[in-house]
Design a protein around this ligand. Sequence first.
Ligand code: PRX
Length: 641
Amino acid sequence: MAYPYQIRSLDEYKAAYEKSVNDPEAFWSSVAEHFHWRKKWDRVLEWNFKEPNVKWFLNGKLNITENCIDRYLPEMGEKPAIIWEPNNPEDRVRVVTYNRLHKRVCQVAQMLKNNGVKKGDRVCIYMGMVPELAYAILGCARIGAIHSVVFGGFSAQSIADRLEDAGAEFIITADGAYRGEKVIPLKNVIDDALIGNRTVKKVIVYTRTRTAVSMIKGRDVWWEDEMEHAETQVEKGGVVSFPAEEMDAEDPLFILYTSGSTGKPKGVVHTCAGYMIWTAYTFVNVFQYQPGDIHFCTADIGWITGHSYIVYGPLAAGATSVMFEGVPTWPNAGRFWEIVDKHKVNILYTAPTAIRSLMGFGLKPLEGKDLSTLKVLGTVGEPINEEAWHWYDEHIGKGRCPIVDTWWQTETGGTLISNLAGVTPAKPSWATLPMPGVQPVLVDENGTEITGNPAAGNLCIKAPWPGILRTTYGDHERCRKTYFSTYEDLYFTGDGALRDEEGNYRITGRVDDVLNVSGHRIGTAEVENAINMHSDVVESAVVGYPHDIKGQGIYAYVICQHMHGSQDDMRQNILQTVSRIIGPIAKPDKIQFVPGLPKTRSGKIMRRILRKIAEGESHNFGDTTTLLDPAVVEEIAKGKL
Ligand code: PRX
């Protein structure tokens, strides 16, 4: 068998789960044996959730790129690692073999070194979905620099905040990115982000769209020139090499910023060994990957799903990963199906929001597309409604492909709760059972564990798995407060869940002030802060409401001092402000101007009531007696959009 740690039956799952809980150290060391170590670990695990302090594979030495690339070269150097499907279907597909990937990653590593990047330095990456993005990530990992990828939909201000928080000295970007019919001028956004920045020394710019850019002498360099120079340095007599930096198991691998219920986004930190093992282990088991399978994860590498299941997990397993530059609906809604047909995709992993949006186009886009290579379907990012689940099952999987509903988070590195394709039972809209090593518990608001089934409560995890976040960059206390202080000795996920008689979990959504809009995580406080930046706005409150396609939409209640122009003008101004401060992904779907907000005497906004109004409730608001001015509720309800 290709993967000695692959679970192939329900009994094997049960046995693996039991062992992982009873003797995690023995369990994970038997998995870790199958990776390439420069030096093996002295101890498997050290942890407490108080500080928190979590360390896996202590004193083990490795480099993740040797695991993702070098170890596969002798046997499968000519096998495709990445198949790149460009935005424009007329453009040339690029098939990147493991040999080619090795060469490019060595070149990037050399290029970074030439530009002064050292182990531990933070490199911000702001690129579209081009293979060079994967090379950039892996090139950083090869020299031990910490990458921080920022999604292309974030604004200059968001990038500036992240650059500052990470103390990044280097940026890798592109002139522009294609997204359907749009071109995003990435380098121009970076230039705006760099106004006033004092830490960034070098910006490396890849050419993709030929968008006009201003290259600043001494700071900005072209990727192509630098890579060409690096090529002559890493290739001698037809042999390519760039020695990978020896990393400690617990050295940081990357930072990825994510939103929470308060303040600015925080930099979730993942480390080398635990993250690698977790992504590879979950990839192989959840999707039941078999050597030679073509895996297509439709996520963007700007989010954790792309990090874990386009780049690191698949490559650590020696898989072939499809990377798609475009959007599902351009030039038509048959794009995914065409890619499945063209590249003979075996595993398709996408988000419920994409499924719902494609459902809306009916079955016509499926006509003439051969989907018979598909073996496994997956979803991620938000709860999947039964209607979408059944459509996916019937029309894409043709009733013969298991669907894995994978629940996880940026902080968890990889999947924590999911069925294993064809191995453990699926249940529509239930994530089902925990992965080996994952011990979920449901607690009530006092933190008391709810035992017995069925049950409903807040979802926590009792013990660490290898892929758990280690800290939030530069602010460990924030990590402790956010995840480990709500309930003692538990990691709190921020999600609510149900558990059925069989122990299956169904994630019901966030229980904190975090929205999930089209699978993107957005903090209500963040959107409020952005709206409040507008000079005419006095105060605002943002809540989520059910949205047919996006899962959740953003509903903003705004108090204005005075209005410049009409309500519609003011709305446009607010949308523009949010776009500038966060990015277009955080633009409210609805903006209602209100005379006041429902507040308690202590000044706390009663969001519960605002949520009810946004959901369409017009009378039953529950107890409003603690409100300073109960009359304002009626008024807001009358003006509902
Ligand atoms: O609420 C859960 C939801 O997405 C949140 C994590 O968001 P993010 O860190 O951006 O990562 C998304 C991709 C892993 C979770 O707290 N979520 C994720 N997957 C599911 C889900 N909700 C229900 N079912 C899922 N399968």
